[in-house]
Write a protein that binds this ligand. Structure first.
Ligand SMILES: Nc1nc2c(ncn2[C@@H]2O[C@H](COP(=O)(O)OP(=O)(O)OP(=O)(O)O)[C@@H](O)[C@H]2O)c(=O)[nH]1
Ligand SMILES: [Mg+2]
Length: 417
């Protein structure tokens, strides 16, 4: 779960930090500047020599932009400026230039291409030397943000979410950071931007706390409708929720309201029997809303706390089936309507949710099959792009494979401190 995105983000951060360290070795400050460092303690205004260096670098950059690049400075993407590629790139385990067994030129080119996304400029380094903090240059910020953006897109995060994240991160990167802790500071900022994006749809309802609140207030039965496309895990998730409620001592009845798919009723009965809860069913082809209605009446008559209502899988393109689910909502009047989608659908899930929300109000999303999703990006972007919070993650087929989703949980999973 989240392995793909976790690896990509931490790799990008490590590359940025590695670059910064390499540059520190390659371009140590001039002796007079180092002298000035000792005399000038931390302060906001930059020492003259830094200002000079800033101007110098600005001139160099302007020159590099106007001058045609030398053949050796040409890199496929064009991301490198002439001044930058002239710097030797030292990779872990590789010999430094001048040392015996110097890495061959073709090797150097390969490494350069590999690391071209992230690089912290000489001027960023110099500023850090003088003040004990660094303010990343605009080009460093762009380079690092671009590397983050690429990592997110490669992990199935939607373009709009990745852009919102990157814009937020760029603002945060403009603040000064302690030069000694660049890695942990970058992690802190990426975590904060991720948190902002993930929190944009709010934390989302905790089903079990919601049920407790309703039951305590005497508002029984609590009715929860599960809907979504075919095969995403609706019936299995109902089993998981019923299992958790039973363990908490809350009484439950299942409504076998998928009267459409072959064996769907038997599947619900199977779960009900295994967990030890009652199930209300009808015949195949019966009106699913009327089955839900019967289950709600049964709960009322037997003092049951919760009715979990199943539904047939339906594609977001099928207008008739979407109209049918609207009818179920009108009849059953669920307290919560939960969309069950599978994380492996990647970005496609966003459009599905948006189509469903045109017909019914969705209170939360449960993303299943996270255990099969190597990338994990849908769990990052779906709430941001649809405005509907993700509330749980399905992490396997077992009844206890249901994890509460919160922005904090995802941030900790994707980028541990
Ligand atoms: N690995 C994994 N498998 C899951 C998870 N949730 C459900 N499944 C499996 O996905 C398959 C489909 O699950 P169902 O619960 O039948 O899905 P559904 O949405 O009710 O399907 P339809 O009623 O046909 O629309 C089953 O084999 C489940 O065991 C999960 O979180 N992880
Ligand atoms: Mg089902």
């Amino acid at each position: 779960m989240f392995e793909g995105i976790k690896k990509k983000l931490s790799d990008a951060i490590k590359q940025a930090v590695k670059r910064e360290k390499e540059e520190a070795q390659e371009a140590p400050p001039e002796p007079e500047q180092a002298q000035e460092l000792i005399q000038v303690p931390e302060k906001e205004t930059e020492p003259e020599s830094v200002q000079e260096a800033v101007q110098e670098e600005a001139q160099e950059e302007a020159q590099a932009e106007t001058e045609p690049q030398s053949p050796s400075a040409t890199v496929e993407s064009g991301a490198y400026k002439a001044e930058e590629v002239q710097q030797p790139i030292i990779t872990e385990g590789a010999n430094k230039p001048g040392e015996e067994g110097e890495a061959p030129a073709h090797k150097d080119t390969e490494e350069r291409e590999e690391h071209q996304d992230v690089k912290i400029s000489k001027i960023t380094k110099l500023k850090g030397v003088f003040s004990g903090t660094v303010r990343l240059s605009d080009s460093d910020i762009d380079r690092f943000s671009d590397a983050m953006m690429t990592s997110l897109l490669q992990s199935d995060v939607s373009f709009s979410t990745a852009t919102a994240f990157t814009d937020d991160l760029k603002e945060k990167l403009k603040e000064r950071i302690p030069s000694k802790n660049i890695e942990s500071e970058l992690i802190r900022k990426v975590r904060a931007s991720l948190m902002d994006v993930l929190s944009s749809a709010g934390e989302g309802v905790d089903i079990f706390a919601f049920i407790n609140g309703k039951i305590s207030a005497g508002e029984k039965p609590v009715k929860i409708l599960f809907l979504g496309p075919n095969g995403t895990g609706k019936t299995t998730t109902i089993g998981k929720v019923a299992y958790a409620l039973k363990k908490k001592g809350v009484s439950v009845v299942l409504s076998a309201s998928d009267t459409f798919r072959a064996a769907a009723i038997e599947q619900t009965e199977y779960h009900a029997a295994k967990i030890g809860v009652p199930v209300i069913k009808s015949k195949y082809g019966a009106d699913p809303a009327s089955v839900a209605y019967d289950a709600i009446n049964y709960a009322g008559a037997h003092d049951i706390g919760v009715v979990l209502i199943d539904s047939a899988g339906r594609q977001e393109t099928n207008k008739n089936l979407l109209a049918e689910i609207s009818k179920m909502v009108r009849v059953a009047k669920p307290d919560l309507t939960i969309y069950v989608g599978e994380s492996t659908s990647g970005n496609a899930i966003e459009n599905q949710v948006l189509e469903f929300t045109k017909n019914v109000k969705i209170d939360g999303i449960i993303l299943t099959k996270m255990d099969c999703d190597a990338k994990g990006g849908a769990a990052i972007s779906i709430a941001h792009t649809t405005g509907v919070p993700v509330i749980y993650l399905g992490t396997g087929e077992a009844y206890d494979a249901l994890v509460r989703y919160t922005p904090q949980y995802v941030v900790d999973s994707v980028l541990p401190e």
